[in-house]
Design a protein around this ligand. Structure first.
Ligand SMILES: [Fe+2]
Length: 334
């Protein structure tokens, strides 16, 4: 079965080959012929689904051409036309990304069958790619629904958490982008930031909502939330390196933090960065107790305690961005 919407390129420096291929294929496909690979590459916007190409051509070898086209358009299928078939050239053809080859002089049926096989394979690849994209979309939708459900569950106990999580994750992305954290890493860190206090789900409401300073035993319980959160989220796969934010966001650079008392650079980078942002948001927000600092007071406070609480070089790196965000009014809009 043919489909004249499907575009097929024939690349061969022999006019005779171009013409005979076109004669065979033109009833089923929309065929374009080219004398050399450069011309075909220049017309790649015609969206060929299949390319027949000679191996030995004046300007560029057909295998090199196949490699180039597969890099540009991975879903294009390539069938090599060769006059001298041997095992090593067939292997090279397949290695270059070509799907098949036909041997000169070729018959009509041979060409049509090769085209049919190659386009069937392309259909499969296109369908698989679509399926993978749909699965990814489903996972990402599911991740969002899961995250939302978890955040709401904590929020029901501690109404501060949802907004605190939103602000800290947004600020983490804004800072992360400016200090050059790669996008893929930033996505997982943002997800983790949204969920960093999820372990509070396992802490009593009486402790979470207490207006007076916590007693020592209550403090001990409260300090379990990073570990509880980590235990909840460890089996998931969407946080990757961001998982360290959940477990280590209350570690301190001097080793006096929790839950593991990690010192200095032993604290994973995402957690070292997030600790600054988490603290900034906590001290600029009115909680049950304690006074609220202005953005500039909070920045000064972070600088003051940088040697003890945070990675000092990281504080030096992010503070200029905090100051710029403050000037732009971004910190107040968070
Ligand atoms: Fe926390």
């Amino acid at each position: 079965m043919g489909n004249k919407d499907r575009v097929v390129f024939v690349v061969d420096d022999e006019k005779g080959v171009q013409e005979s291929m076109k004669m065979v294929l033109k009833d089923k496909y929309q065929v374009f012929t080219f004398d050399c690979p450069e011309e075909a590459l220049a017309d790649v916007a015609l969206e060929p689904e299949l390319i027949f190409t000679d191996i030995r051509m004046f300007s560029m070898n057909g295998l090199e051409f196949a490699e180039r086209i597969k890099k540009m358009k991975p879903q294009v299928e390539v069938v090599i036309i060769t006059a001298y078939p041997d095992l090593s050239s067939s292997l090279r053809a397949l290695r270059s990304g070509a799907f098949d080859y036909i041997v000169k002089p070729f018959g009509k049926d041979e060409v049509l069958e090769a085209a049919d096989r190659a386009l069937q394979k392309r259909n499969q690849v296109v369908e698989n790619t679509k399926m993978i994209q749909e699965l990814r979309k489903a996972i990402s939708l599911n991740y969002k629904a899961t995250t939302r459900a978890l955040v709401l569950a904590v929020d029901a106990k501690d109404s501060y958490t949802a907004e605190h999580s939103r602000r800290t994750s947004e600020l983490l992305v804004a800072v992360g982008e400016r200090i050059g954290i790669p996008d893929a890493k930033l996505i997982t860190c943002k997800r983790a930031a949204e969920l960093h206090d999820i372990g509070k789900i396992g802490i009593e409401e009486s402790i979470l909502k207490k207006e007076e300073p916590l007693a020592l035993f209550e403090l001990e319980k409260m300090r379990q939330h990073p570990l509880i959160g980590y235990q909840i989220l460890r089996p998931t796969t969407f946080l990757e390196e961001g998982l360290s934010i959940i477990l280590h966001h209350h570690e301190r650079y001097d080793g006096k933090g929790y839950p593991e008392g990690l010192v200095g650079k032993k604290i994973p980078f995402p957690a070292r960065l997030f600790a600054i942002i988490d603290t900034y948001d906590a001290i600029t927000t009115q909680r049950c107790y304690g006074s609220k600092l202005s953005s500039i007071q909070a920045i000064k406070e972070i600088i003051k305690v940088k040697e003890r609480q945070f990675d000092p070089s990281l504080v030096d790196l992010v503070v200029p961005h905090f100051l710029k965000f403050r000037k732009d009014g971004y910190l107040d809009r968070l």
